[in-house]
Design a protein around this ligand. Structure first.
Ligand code: B12
Length: 223
């Protein structure tokens, strides 16, 4: 089996490292940590590891969950394996740049605990020289507003993974915009779309961090 396929399987099945006892058929075999390290050593591009392997594994477990073939503990161990792999990728996204291009506030909206995607966006932007103020998960409109004020940030990123919690984005956008119209607010997360982003008054939707990063770099006023 190809290295990236093996790694995707480890994410899907939640095999964090060699010593992790689950799943039984992979006992004693390399896990997400070892395989990510090996892929990097073999010169596989970190972006490819993320897109062609880690996210593939995450999507597979998500599909199984949707079909009733996997359960919450499965999602949790997959998330744990994903984080173990991301630790190895982080230095590659980190340019060590001291001068910040600008700053932004990011968070997963109220009611939502999913943070893997939001953390990837943060990792990519930080690696590109942005200062990212991460408010974590389950973030209320008031908390977003407070952070925008405190940090004098003109850019905000909202993440949501649930069709129920993406509804909370509109109120958050309204709260921030009614306080300061010039703050640009972008949204992302699997259930979002450009149409929905427009409807709730956001300044844009990006399905992945790289398009977002490109766009932000043109927004010089955010610095
Ligand atoms: C892992 C996971 C969990 C973990 C989360 C762990 C964690 N620390 O994040 C746990 C177990 C906690 C969990 C819980 C639940 N989950 Co869940 N979960 C998932 C799963 C499998 C993967 C999500 C993920 O991390 N994807 C990988 C990341 C990298 O992708 P991403 O988040 O989309 O992010 C990318 C882009 O969207 C974008 N992006 C993301 N945010 C932003 C923000 C900005 C500003 C920008 C520009 C871009 C951007 O960039 C990222 C990188 O490319 C998905 C299935 C799936 N395939 O998505 C279900 C899924 C999201 N969960 C689901 C459900 C139902 C739940 C629960 C309600 C289950 C329950 N009955 O309790 C709870 C809800 C808890 C809560 N209140 O939030 C459903 C949602 C259905 C829906 N339509 O609403 C899904 C789709 C599974 C399914 N198919 O049914 N879950």
């Amino acid at each position: 089996m190809e290295l990236l396929d093996k790694l995707a399987e480890c994410i899907e099945l939640g095999k964090t490292d060699k010593n992790f006892p689950h799943p039984p058929h992979l006992t004693g075999k390399d896990g997400a940590r070892e395989l990510t390290n090996q892929a990097l050593e073999e010169g596989v591009h970190p972006g490819d590891i993320l897109k062609k392997s880690l996210m593939v594994g995450m999507n597979r477990i998500g599909e199984k969950f949707a079909e009733g073939k996997a359960f919450i503990p499965n999602l949790l161990i997959s998330a744990k394996a994903m984080y173990a792999a991301m630790e190895y990728l982080k230095p590659y996204f980190d340019t060590g740049e001291v001068q910040h291009k600008g700053k932004m506030v990011i968070g997963t909206v109220a009611g939502d605990m999913h943070d893997i995607g939001k953390n990837i966006v943060k990792m990519v932007l930080e690696g590109d020289g942005w200062k990212v103020i991460d408010l974590g998960t389950n973030v209320s409109a008031e908390k977003f507003l407070e952070a925008v004020d405190e940090n004098k940030s003109k850019v905000v990123g909202l993440s949501a993974l649930l069709t129920t919690t993406m509804m909370n984005m509109e109120a958050i956008i309204k709260t921030i915009k009614s306080h300061d119209k010039s703050v640009k607010i972008f949204v992302g997360g699997a259930p979002l779309s450009s149409e929905y982003a427009d409807k709730i008054g956001s300044d844009g939707y990006f399905p992945d961090p790289h398009g977002f990063q490109k766009y932000l770099n043109n927004l010089t006023s955010a610095a």
